[in-house]
Design a protein around this ligand. Sequence first.
Ligand SMILES: Nc1nc2c(ncn2[C@@H]2O[C@H](COP(=O)(O)OP(=O)(O)OP(=O)(O)O)[C@@H](O)[C@H]2O)c(=O)[nH]1
Ligand SMILES: [Mg+2]
Length: 533
Amino acid sequence: MSKQLFKNEIEKRRTFAIISHPDAGKTTLTEKFLLYGGAIREAGSVKSRRSNKHAVSDWMEIEKQRGISVTSSVLQFNYDGYCINILDTPGHQDFSEDTYRTLIAADNAVMVIDCAKGVETQTKKLFKVCQLRNIPIFTFINKLDREGQDPYELLEDLENALGIRGCPMNWPIGMGKEFKGVYNREHKVVQLFRAGNHGQSKTDDLIIDIEDESIKDIIGSHLYEQLLDDILLLDEAGDPYDHEKVLNGGLTPVFFGSALTNFGVEPFLEDFLKISTLPKPRKSNNGSIDPLGNNFSGFIFKIQANMNPNHRDRIAFLRICSGKFEKGMMVNHVQKGKKIKLAQPTTFMAQDRSFVDVAYSGDIIGLHDPGIYKIGDTLCVDNSGLLFADIPQFAPEAFMRISTVNAMKRKQFLKGLKQLSEEGSIQVFKRPFTGSEDVIIGVVGALQFEVLEYRLNNEYGVEITKQQLPHKYIRWIDTESIDISNFKGTMDSLLIYTDKDAPVVLFQYEWSIRQTVDKNKGIILKETSSSFE
Ligand SMILES: Nc1nc2c(ncn2[C@@H]2O[C@H](COP(=O)(O)OP(=O)(O)OP(=O)(O)O)[C@@H](O)[C@H]2O)c(=O)[nH]1
Ligand SMILES: [Mg+2]
């Protein structure tokens, strides 16, 4: 392949995560991107009452039942010559570990805001992560078909709550019942909203030039006068579009729309593809890795078991950082110090996969995982021991003791726990020498317990009993610092072991941690484990 053809492939790739507080409409917007990209013919919904068709990216049974996302979904589709990799992330803070890891695989972020609620807490946290990494952020203010806050207030909210200025690319005309459409500032046209559209199939927006006099009759003279005032005010006082600033994450282009009714989705997608960044360089121990570099490299950021109920196999998701991936190629698995042959890679449409023979920097592909990959692993063709920057790991903050109801199912129970812990959403601990059959599970957010219980039952046929523990803090004991048989705990502490036999202590109260340090001379307690387990 010539250098130019390779470069063309990279330049048409866009990889982005959709982020926000729960319920702002990420999965709905993702579904509509797929609809306009031609990847699906009819859009499903998050709570499918009207039809049984469910949104593609909420593919897990528990997501369909609850109408919320619990894990990130990877989706690839083509639109207008671009190859797009979307990561639809869960908004709930209890699943934020998965969201943070997924963000590392993205080059751009689409931030969805509910027009009635403005910037919410979880959006603030995720925004900070994007800003630290200078990821360009595109704002989609959603649900304009419902009553919401004044658009100027929403812009102000971006600045006050997030410290970023927004550059409106379009501007709403009315809201809720009065919503008439948006004014496109670049093309100086009005895109008219058609109420009553349920958004299952594509719609063409009616577009009228702002100079066309019929607009006044269509939107009514009151909204028309206000629109003319708004246009003037935005041109005079608004932030001008600055491409460099957008690419550095210092200014966010703002779009108004309604994902549910498809309104504004296609214009957003078109502008986003033009403005957003192609695959960016990635930090590694060997310096910055250029996506245009020839040598293939990438890292695993997500593992998912049982995606296909018929095959019950496990997929490791790899973000390609440089070079070209070819079916059957030999690569170094750096952490394992082994050469492995990569069989046929797959691209994903949430749960559904299709085989591809090649993939390029920026792409996210799925690798069949017989248990050889961990989150954070590097795969590359060169022999330099390349390692990508660490994937963050969070200490669990909620703990539960669980056991299987049916002792005959113990093998399945342990297999399920092992596989689900390798996905990174739960950590499994045990209490040796007690002779008991129960295990202790640690999670970052308590909703993960419900997902665990559901998945153990649904995917492994195991029913569990659970007992919530009162502990909130965990510390890993550095075994070089103390002889563990002499360890002295406090009234509220519990000494347990990871599945790799590393000792950890759980505490109910923060002050007990200090007390434990005083009681055990020289002890070193760490807030996270040193490697991904
Ligand atoms: N009226 C209206 N409702 C919307 C719109 N977009 C999404 N919704 C509804 O808002 C609810 C949440 O939508 P989701 O797409 O699941 O939101 P999400 O951001 O993916 O939520 P999590 O993944 O759980 O964080 C659903 O009931 C959607 O039907 C919109 O444009 N207008
Ligand atoms: Mg969702």
